[in-house]
Design a protein around this ligand. Sequence first.
Ligand SMILES: [Zn+2]
Length: 148
Amino acid sequence: MNRTGKHEEIHPMLSAYFDEELTQADSQRVHLHVEECEECRSALREMYEIQQLTSEMKFRQPPEAIMEALETRISVQAPRKMGWTLVIAGLAGWLLYALAYAWKHLRWPTMVELLVEGTVAGLALVFISVLRQRLLERPHDRYRKVRK
Ligand SMILES: [Zn+2]
């Protein structure tokens, strides 16, 4: 194990070796030692992995952040949007049904029916306005989440 250099002597030189700051001779000694020493080899491998990670982070973070934002939008916001759409569709359908019922019976709707339809229409308008507000606020929220 110590044929090509003492571990205690070589190990502190690893980072300099990794940064290619050693002389040709020292570099050769480290190279030979690393081939025989598992501990130095794994220390060196860690340095490579850390370097790879940091360079990946440097170059790949923007697309990853975009992907993350996309995933958040798809997984969280799509079902929510679908829920709103269903609520509005349901309310609109209910209102149409009430109007059709009144038309079919060929009479003016009673006070109760007017109240019910008015309530449904009012709810639909409230939901639409809330949804519109959500849509306007959404890009702002998402930007803040990504930055955090
Ligand atoms: Zn070693």
